[in-house]
Design a protein around this ligand. Structure first.
Ligand code: 6R9
Length: 762
């Protein structure tokens, strides 16, 4: 690999003088967010002025140190990846709007880690990253088996480290990592760390909804509790391969329940405790759990949510559909709701606190194959039915642990807080498994981040001396609107690395996070990944190279991203297109539960030979990746994925609704908002009352987080002559870009468009 030779490697961590011009200006150039999801218009060109002592930004003026760095050093990924034959696949709906538009001026802003940070980092220079990356691509078996060997295997994998076919033209898609290896992820997360002498280290801190409510468990105590629950589950007949649904809020019992399932080889399916009874029932019907584990209630801010009532309804609905779940283990969330106030069905409902503590604190491990299922997690796709993403044990274990370690530059003294709920993939990989596999101290927070006031997060950071803080852009934007005082009244000096996930982080939010929250000294790991990928695929390695606000930077070890055009041709150098990956990695999902065909069709057929992410991406001249959002009919609301088809099907189930079409629109806090066009059945008046009941229909069928922000009455929808709804036009109307409607002559009834515009504010 000539391009990797040392002569071409850039010098690490240049502290450029190019920032001096901006030093005198204010630290915060973007105090208010003008949010364009980073994919439409760009904010005005800017340079953040940062203290020279720690970080510097550098403009890539020709001839500058930064420019030399760029021209010789960074755009190497393109050269490094050998070409594959391109696929012939097409994807159905090209949302070209999000592709190819300038992401900015930001592309010339480089923010360097401080020399001290890099010196102490696990990967401290571009050279070191490149060396490791090169090895991971040229010899994946060697690279990953060396890492895997650091875990406990009852029996080593054999004969191959991995085998894969991701090319549908060559046969069924099949991916295996460490097959034949016998292990247990709970053993590796708990027992192994205790045996290494960390039994007394805090594994979990818990902070309740109300300030002052808290708790903690050491690794040894956590293992005891996991074993008690595991023994109880075995006692009631749960065994290897059985599904268990978990519908718990962010109590320590949530990771405990996940680990207890893993310990006995049961397959957990955590459902975010914000999903409605109908969504929960749908998941019961699909995976037929032996047991459901839930809590009676949760407090979120000032609100109390009766979770048990939701579970009761879901169980009834599921039983009506022929799937009866006979056992419901209920954790009494005492500070929120007493058992006496909870509706109880004797025989089926069992109180956790009454039974679980009676079981022994030792529970033998069920040793499983690396390719045995670990969990199912339902996620939205572009059709109405959620997909059960299936992850297996060994590869997921190795991958989540390794990505956590490098992307956050983990040190044993760290206190780590991820604000995601375990009901989403982020909570699986980066609240529970990744950090605990590293023996980290993890904070679990039950409450709402702006309760009792918008300073709560920083209060918690100071209380626990949090060093690694991982959150979503939506929270960053929401807190940014509240003003800096809520942040600056707390010290935050413990913080070392910040993280972002769930959606593209717009450069102004990035800068506020960096300058105000991180006091211009903490690198931000903007981690791009998905439920399907198990762990980070494109992410900064914070000590290794300069960052650009809003870019997820470069691939993680072992990952070969490519950007393809609509026909599946790989694009080289600076380009925009569809983001695909051309190899498997240990953490990739292995199937969709009960529907391997949909797995192949959705992810591997659009561009044969590749895994298709569903995201658009731009690669800039320096090889940095800029994610530009979904290119399919999935919208991303506050970092939560929702299929437009799911919302449409909830709307049309309302007796007054004849038809609906849902699109995403830019939203200043949530990233995207939900905008629904609705046609009512003949004879029903378009009233506010109907509007409210339509919104309620979505809340009850999916959950409050999927409620449309706007219902736009649509006596007619713009359709082609073949009856296809032209969403492109709806997106323009929704975002009020009326001068960009484009050609509407192909519509069956072009007059519909004017009618819709007239109805905008009705
Ligand atoms: C982890 C998670 C996946 C979708 C993904 C993409 C968006 C996630 C991102 C990001 C830009 C990032 N996404 N992280 N976009 N930058 N750092 O969120 O999983 O719920 O499955 O959503 O989220 O669009 O395709 P999931």
């Amino acid at each position: 690999m000539d391009s990797m030779s040392s002569a071409r490697l850039c010098t690490p961590l240049i502290t450029s003088t190019a920032a001096t011009a901006s030093q005198a200006s204010t630290r915060r150039l973007f105090s208010t967010s003008r949010f364009h999801l980073g994919r439409q218009r760009s904010p005005p060109p800017c340079r953040a002025s940062l203290p020279m002592t720690t970080f510097c930004t550098a403009a890539a003026d020709p001839g500058s140190a930064a420019s030399r760095l760029l021209s010789v050093g960074l755009p190497w990924h393109a050269e490094f990846m050998p070409r594959l034959p391109s696929g012939n696949g097409r994807i159905s709906r090209l949302s070209a709007v999000v592709l190819g538009e300038a992401l900015a001026a930001e592309e010339n802003d480089l923010i360097f880690p401080s020399p001290e940070f890099s010196r102490d980092a696990l990967v401290s220079s571009p050279e070191q990253y490149r060396k490791m990356y090169k090895r991971s691509i040229e010899d994946p078996a060697g690279f990953w088996s060396e890492i895997a060997a650091q875990f406990y295997w009852k029996k080593r994998w054999s004969p191959d480290v991995y085998s894969e076919n991701i090319d549908v033209r060559k046969g069924p898609v099949k991916i295996e990592w460490f097959k034949g290896g016998i292990t247990n992820i709970c053993y590796n997360a708990l027992d192994r760390n205790i045996e290494a002498g960390n039994g007394d280290k805090v594994a979990l801190y818990w902070e309740g909804n109300e300030p002052g409510q808290d708790g903690q468990l050491t690794y040894a105590q956590l293992l005891d509790q996991v074993c008690q629950l595991a023994n109880y589950l075995k006692h009631v007949g749960v065994s290897k391969g059985d599904a268990v649904v978990i519908y718990l809020p962010m109590l320590m019992e949530l990771p405990i329940a996940m680990l207890a399932c893993a310990r006995i080889g049961a397959v957990h399916s955590v459902v975010f405790a914000g999903f409605s009874a109908e969504s929960l029932a749908q998941r019961f019907i699909d995976c037929k759990p032996k047991v459901v584990i839930c809590s009676n209630a949760v407090s979120r801010g000032a609100k109390v949510i009766n979770l048990k009532a939701i579970v009761d309804n879901a169980l009834a609905e599921s039983a009506n559909n022929g799937i009866a779940v006979d056992l419901c283990l209920v954790y009494e969330n005492q500070s929120t709701m007493k058992k006496e106030d909870t509706k109880w069905q004797d025989g089926r409902d069992i109180l956790w606190q009454e039974v679980v503590p009676q079981f022994p604190t030792k529970c033998p491990v069920e040793w499983v194959d690396a390719e045995d299922p670990l969990f199912l997690l339902y996620t939205s796709g572009s059709t109405g039915k959620p997909k059960g993403v299936l992850h297996t044990t060994g590869g997921y274990m190795v991958y989540t642990a390794t990505t956590f370690k490098y992307a956050f530059d983990y040190k044993p003294s760290d206190v780590y807080w991820c604000t995601a709920d375990c009901g989403w993939i982020t909570g699986h990989s980066y609240v529970t498994y990744g950090p605990l596999l590293n023996g980290a101290t993890v904070l679990v927070f039950e409450g709402a981040p702006s309760y009792p006031d918008p300073g709560r997060c920083w209060d918690i950071v100071d209380k626990y001396k949090v060093t690694l803080f991982y959150t979503a852009p939506t929270l960053v934007r929401a807190l940014m609107r509240e003003g800096d005082e809520y942040v600056t009244r707390y010290s935050r000096k413990s913080l070392r690395v910040l993280g972002s996930v769930g959606e593209p982080i717009n450069p102004s939010a990035w800068r506020w996070f960096y300058n105000v929250v991180g006091d211009s000294r903490c690198p931000i790991s903007d981690t791009w990944w998905q439920t399907e990928t198990g762990g980070f695929l494109i992410t900064p390695i914070p000590g290794a190279w300069p960052q650009k606000p809003g870019s997820a930077t470069f691939p993680f070890f072992g990952v070969q991203p490519v950007i393809v055009d609509e026909k599946g041709n790989e694009l080289e150098g600076e380009c925009s297109g569809y983001l695909c990956i051309k190899n498997s990695w240990p953490g990739i999902f292995r199937s969709l539960y009960g529907d391997h065909e949909r797995y192949e069709t959705t992810y591997f057929k659009p561009f044969a030979g590749y895994y298709f992410s569903g995201d658009g991406c731009r690669r800039d001249k320096d090889g940095y990746h800029w994610l530009t959002g979904r290119v399919d009919d999935v919208i991303n609301v506050s970092g939560h994925r929702i299929g437009t088809a799911e919302i449409e099907s909830a709307l049309v189930s309302h007796p007054h609704c004849a038809e609906s079409a849902v699109v995403g629109v830019d939203h200043p806090v949530k990233g995207q908002g939900i905008y629904a066009f609705v046609t009512l059945v003949d004879g029903v008046d378009y009233t506010d009352e109907v509007r409210k009941s339509l919104i309620l229909a979505v809340r009850t069928q999916i959950g409050a987080f999927a409620a449309p922000d706007k219902i736009h009455w649509a006596p007619g929808l713009p359709k082609t002559r073949s009856g296809k709804i032209m969403r492109r036009i709806l997106r323009k109307i929704a975002s009020k870009q009326l001068d960009e409607l484009g050609d509407i002559s192909t519509l069956a009834e072009p007059s519909v468009v004017n009618q819709l515009i007239e109805f905008t504010d009705r």
